[in-house]
Design a protein around this ligand. Structure first.
Ligand SMILES: [Fe+2]
Length: 415
């Protein structure tokens, strides 16, 4: 093992892994961040050796988990992990990330409910550009990647002609996960730590098994309606991952079981954020708080998610929450007002939502929708601590920049 220089806190995990496997890191609560090695066949898991900051070595046996025909070997990372090294590459965990790529809603849409809705040609990057976007994201050399949910779209297909080439990747098993996420995201997974947000496509009726086994902390393989809220700390900067995958977009009575459970979880999150020492907080979640979608009932736009909006009206987010990032709606949006600036980044691969010119005219002031391109967001922190968001499209070209100053103050948008 080489001695590493220039890293403040060093913990090295050496992962032994089989051929054709992929090792990646997911960030969660202290002690719950994890390393996983996924192999497309049955293999035995080996132990990992850990070097901690005080240079103590220990050997940890990777736990074996079966997911369909694949093997997931996994271990929790120690609190002071700074570098994860495997035969698949080296992953540095930043102490203070200054460059963050954010994406969402990335899978290839094949499901065609009642003959309606688009079917993407997953072999054509013009139709399903996730691989192309990931090649661009790789070049950004970010410190951290955030996926705001909806990884898996290859559920079923009712059009045998259009889906002829994809019959082997339908369903909820390993193969669709490999095709929709692991393979196209592979190079970035091998190199950078990720924060994985759960989307509604990964709820307990859909692709939960893959999410629980591939992208959740060790020991969370059983599907629950809402995973624990995760708090990933980087010094003074905290990223809170709030699972709202199962929070219906339609109104839910506050006094119903679901309404009460949501309020309880949300209140606990607000209290936890208030009690924590970090000064700057980002909230990452799947369903937007102040999102807009094309209206189903006629021209115009409708709020998404009305229940998230209601709970933040009842109990506002703490002032420390400077930004909110979500997905779910497949068009880039910025929501600004008397709340933290929210970016909706649900345009990273799956078919885009169509906002008609009539609908666009009815978008209220303070809300901006850019429905034209697939893409991702690159957030960069300057020397003064301010974040600049570059909204990028297919080959990494910048569509526009949003210079963020303070919550409640509209970001300056320029080319
Ligand atoms: Fe979604």
């Amino acid at each position: 093992m080489k001695k590493l220089l220039g890293v403040a806190a060093i913990a090295i995990i050496s992962v032994s892994c089989a051929h054709n496997s992929m090792t990646y890191v997911g960030m969660a609560n202290e002690g719950q961040s994890f390393v996983k090695t996924v192999t497309a066949k049955d293999v035995e898991c080996k132990s990992v050796s850990v070097e901690s900051t005080d240079r103590k070595f220990s050997s940890i046996q990777m736990e074996k988990l079966k997911f369909d025909e694949s093997t997931v070997c996994q271990a929790s990372l120690p609190k002071d992990a700074a570098v994860v090294r495997s035969t698949n590459g080296v992953i540095n965990i930043p102490t203070a990330p200054k460059k963050i790529v954010i994406m969402g809603d990335t899978g290839c849409r094949l499901k065609n409910k009642n003959g309606k809705g688009p079917i993407q040609n997953c072999d054509d990057e013009k139709e399903w550009p996730f691989s192309r976007l990931m090649r661009s994201a790789e070049k950004e050399n970010a410190d951290l990647i955030i996926h705001v949910g909806d990884y898996h779209y290859r559920e079923e297909c009712t059009d045998p002609v259009k889906c002829k080439n994809f019959q082997g990747t339908l369903g909820y098993g390993y193969k669709p996960w490999e095709a929709d996420f692991l393979a196209p995201a592979g190079n970035v997974l091998r190199q950078k730590p990720w924060i994985f947000v759960r989307g509604n496509h990964e709820d307990c009726n859909r692709a939960h098994e893959g999410f629980d086994k591939l992208l959740s902390p060790v020991g969370e393989e059983k599907c629950v309606d809402a995973q624990e809220t995760r708090y990933t700390s980087f010094g003074d900067f905290l990223i809170v991952n709030f699972d709202n995958a199962t929070v219906d977009d339609k109104p839910v009575e506050a006094k119903s079981e679901a309404g009460k459970a949501l309020r309880e979880r949300y209140k606990k999150m607000v209290e936890t954020i208030n009690a924590r020492p970090e000064k700057e907080v980002w909230l990452v979640t799947h369903r937007p708080i102040w999102g807009l979608a094309p209206s189903w009932s006629g021209p115009g736009v409708s709020p998404v998610n009305i229940n998230m909006e209601a709970i933040t009206r009842e109990l506002p987010l703490p002032k420390k929450v400077k930004m909110v990032y979500a997905g779910h709606v497949h068009a880039f949006q910025i929501a600004q007002g008397n709340h933290p600036t929210e970016m909706i980044i649900g345009e990273s691969g799956t078919a885009l939502d169509y906002f008609s010119p009539e609908a666009m005219k009815l978008v209220p002031p303070g809300h901006t929708i850019f429905p034209a391109d697939h893409g991702y967001a690159l957030l960069e922190r300057d020397v003064n601590g301010k974040w600049k968001a570059s909204i990028k499209s297919y080959d990494g070209e910048t569509d526009f920049i949003c210079q963020i100053s303070e919550p409640g103050i509209p970001c300056q948008i320029f080319k």
